[in-house]
Design a protein around this ligand. Structure first.
Ligand SMILES: Nc1ncnc2c1ncn2[C@@H]1O[C@H](COP(=O)(O)OP(=O)(O)OP(=O)(O)O)[C@@H](O)[C@H]1O
Length: 625
């Protein structure tokens, strides 16, 4: 029976797309796309290090010119050595040319060192510039960008090999330039010797170049076909060799199942590698045979020219050296054309991602208003539908929140509470409707001022890999000074004692991948997230399920801190534990994206709607049967 993998079908990954394109494009496509890709990379290189880039190009060209001079000088040496007369005189005659050759060789050596040095300086600058432009884009795009079709794929494509590709394209282009200059130099030297020789060089070179490019194509094709298998192995690595899955793997005895999956994938991979080896060997063998025949023709031509007196012996010897040099350079050039095309695709991915990110990033109002603290926040017929969804997550919701109130959004899973909070904060832009900050539309206000007024403890809060203190300070990086405000926020979130119990208290690093780093329990992380929210002394604090992992005492203390804000600051609570919202000034009840009810706890219980149903269900759980 054919063994199949249980891992679901995978989407095409970024590098598969790139490789497929390069396979489809063939050799002609490679040649066509190269100049533009190289120009893009060099524009970036000039922006990162103008002097270094110019120096690198200058050195490569100079080294090529030196190679031509070297070949011509070699001919002078050979003419002197192969002429008639006593050996001593012939060697003496060759001395000036030999000295020139020594100098040229030394200069080429020095240029090689200089080229290495300039490239070493250029690489980190170019990488930093490319990586920074990527991070500038990823941190500026609106939240909704991450939901849009293909954005994450494009980001993965651009950030993975895209960043490396900028330097690689420059490096390969320089090497290609060196190879091409080498071929031209040898061709020029041959043309000086005899006009037929460059044509012979061309004839001898084509088969070799063809087989190298074709073998490159075959490798790409197999790489592409194998990419799904390799991604499956990566997924299996994540499952079999990571801390996150280690406990469940053991609890459910998944070891044999996963190892079997690995064998299925890798048996296919090994068979594919063998197929590739056979195909590449066939191509290179064919190329080598044709190249051999062509070379025999070239050397036959040389012999003919020599015998018929059209070429002196010294010139023929120089031609042999030049042909050898041309073939080496051509070999280099074909290698780098292949490399260039693979990396060129990745560079294009990066550029395409940056263009898309720029398009998605809003420019903001031309003259943003600096608002005074809000008196009311009002949602007016707000509707938001996520990119790939038919039904709106928030559907025509209108509501008003007064400054100083504590309000609650309640509703079943998926009823739109988190989405509504994101719209209220300006993190998501509604498709229809308006968010009003007093008499101003939210998008007309200064984005920095709006951000400063809002704080959010999100449901899926992030576990920042910093110390406990920094995890809290991230709530508002503009607050300088001592530990007091940090401890106050931690106390409000019932996190202070817990932090003091850590090995280094507030200085404890909360990431186990660092030396001395610690991990926290789910509830402890949630306390830190709440502390971060309190630390930002914002006019509006949104707390989305802030107590889902807290023990009873911590939960009670957290909501006591929330109640302490009442009157002075505004709070929006999102929670399923309705006992915690009994004190809210207004409870907004959401159902399938629509606002279906609102009022105080007492009003909603009296109204007998959905809220009462949920409240009674929870109450039963705490009542003796
Ligand atoms: N990024 C997203 N892309 C697509 N759909 C989304 C996205 N986020 C949420 N949704 C969908 O929008 C709807 C509302 O989700 P939302 O998270 O606002 O609900 P919620 O009331 O906060 O749910 P819960 O109580 O489970 O936290 C759901 O149907 C959800 O599947």
């Amino acid at each position: 029976m054919k063994r199949v993998s249980d891992i679901p079908k995978l989407r095409s990954a970024w590098w598969e797309v790139g490789l497929q394109a390069s396979v489809d494009a063939g050799i002609a496509g490679v040649a066509k796309a190269l100049p533009r890709l190289i120009a893009t990379a060099f524009r970036r290189a000039m922006a990162a290090d103008r002097a270094g880039t110019i120096a690198t190009i200058g050195i490569t060209v100079t080294a090529g010119v030196m190679a031509t001079l070297g070949l011509l000088t070699t001919q002078r040496v050979l003419i002197a050595v192969l002429s008639q007369g006593p050996t001593v005189e012939r060697v003496e005659a060759a001395v000036p040319a030999l000295l020139t050759l020594v100098v040229l060789t030394a200069v080429r050596g020095a240029l090689g060192i200089a080229s290495g040095w300039t490239q070493t300086r250029l690489e980190p600058r170019l990488r930093q510039q490319a990586e920074r432009s990527l991070f500038e884009a990823t941190t500026a795009v609106p939240l909704s960008a991450y939901d849009s079709e293909g954005f994450t794929d494009e980001l993965e494509r651009g950030s993975g090999r895209g960043v490396d590709a900028v330097w690689n394209v420059v490096r390969h282009a320089i090497n290609l330039m060196a190879g091409v200059i080498g071929v031209i130099a040898a061709g020029a030297a041959l043309a000086i010797l005899h006009p037929l020789l460059p044509a012979a060089l061309l004839a001898a070179s084509v088969p070799e170049a063809w087989s190298a490019l074709r073998a490159g194509g075959q490798r790409y094709r197999e790489y592409l076909l194998g990419s799904i298998r390799r991604r499956r192995v990566w997924i299996l690595t994540e499952l079999m060799a990571r801390r996150g899955s280690a406990a469940e793997l053991r609890a459910y005895h998944l070891r044999d199942f996963l190892l079997r999956q690995y064998d299925v994938v890798m048996d296919a991979e090994t068979a594919a590698q063998l197929r590739l080896a056979r195909a590449v060997t066939a191509t290179t063998t064919t190329g080598a045979i044709i190249t051999g025949v062509c070379n025999a023709g070239v050397y036959g031509l040389l012999a003919g020219l020599l015998v018929t007196g059209h070429l002196p012996l010294a010139a023929a010897a120089t031609a042999v050296v030049a042909l050898q040099s041309a073939r080496n350079s051509l070999h280099v050039a074909t290698i780098y054309i292949n490399e260039l095309y693979a990396d060129g695709r990745h560079l294009r991915d990066l550029e395409e991602f940056l263009t898309r990110a720029r398009r998605l990033t809003p420019s903001g109002p031309a003259e943003p208003l600096m608002p005074p603290p809000f008196r009311t926040l009002r949602l007016d017929a707000v509707t938001l539908t996520y990119a790939d969804r038919d039904r709106p997550a928030v559907d025509g919701v209108s509501l008003t929140i007064q400054a100083g109130q504590t309000v609650a959004f309640v509703g079943e899973n998926g009823s739109g509470k988190t989405t509504l909070a994101a719209v209220l904060m300006g993190l998501r832009t509604p498709d229809r409707g308006t968010v009003w900050w007093d008499e101003h539309r939210l998008p007309d206000l200064d984005a920095g001022a709006v951000r400063a007024a809002f704080s959010a403890v999100t449901q899926d809060h992030w576990q920042w890999p910093f110390t406990a203190e920094t995890n809290i300070r991230l709530g508002d990086l503009s607050v300088d000074g001592g530990r007091d405000p940090v401890e106050a926020a931690a106390r409000a979130a019932v996190a202070h004692e817990m932090i003091l119990d850590l090995p280094h208290g507030y200085a404890t690093l909360l990431d186990r991948s660092f030396e001395g780093g610690q991990d926290l329990s789910g509830g402890q992380w949630q306390r830190l997230a709440a502390a971060r929210g309190f630390f930002r002394d914002a006019d509006l604090l949104i707390m989305d399920e802030p107590s889902s992992a807290l023990d009873a005492r911590a939960e009670a203390a957290l909501f006591a801190s929330v109640r302490a804000r009442h009157g002075a600051k505004t709070t929006v609570l999102i929670t399923h534990r309705l006992a915690n919202v009994r004190h809210a000034d207004v409870i907004f009840v959401l159902h399938e994206g629509r606002l279906v009810d609102q009022g105080t706890h007492a009003e909603l219980i009296a109204g007998g709607g959905l809220y009462k149903t949920w409240y009674d269900l929870q109450k039963i759980g705490y009542t003796d049967a």
